[in-house]
Design a protein around this ligand. Sequence first.
Ligand code: ZN
Length: 138
Amino acid sequence: MEADGQIAEKLLYCFVKVSIPMLNRSDNPDILACPFCKSQIDKPREIENGFGDTFTGGKCACGAIYIFDRSGHNLGEAYVDGLAYACDGDWDKAWGLIPDEDYEVRELSYDSMRNRFSRSQRKLTATFLFVLIKNAVA
Ligand SMILES: [Zn+2]
């Protein structure tokens, strides 16, 4: 009977070990939400940047746009694409924008294992770049 008890204890241990991290997941674990308005964003899709290239991203209902950089290597490029996209392809307008004054940017690391944003600020990790043009400019 002692052996059975040990097995039961092991099973319980496994159960606790597996289930507790799941219980600890924060409020909306499977929802990727816009950092500006907190609403759920659509899955990023391929979008033309106007120069024959495409980037992966989308637009939130609040007007914020997002770019998904799978590698985290091309944030500079993602930034430019995002700004232009936020200006409806108006590159002149995009170049003239002043950070913080005309638009706000949020960088969020993406945890592909859990399909959620993570707080870690590791470099070279899949990243979502959010850009919100402020009303005065739009
Ligand atoms: Zn939003």
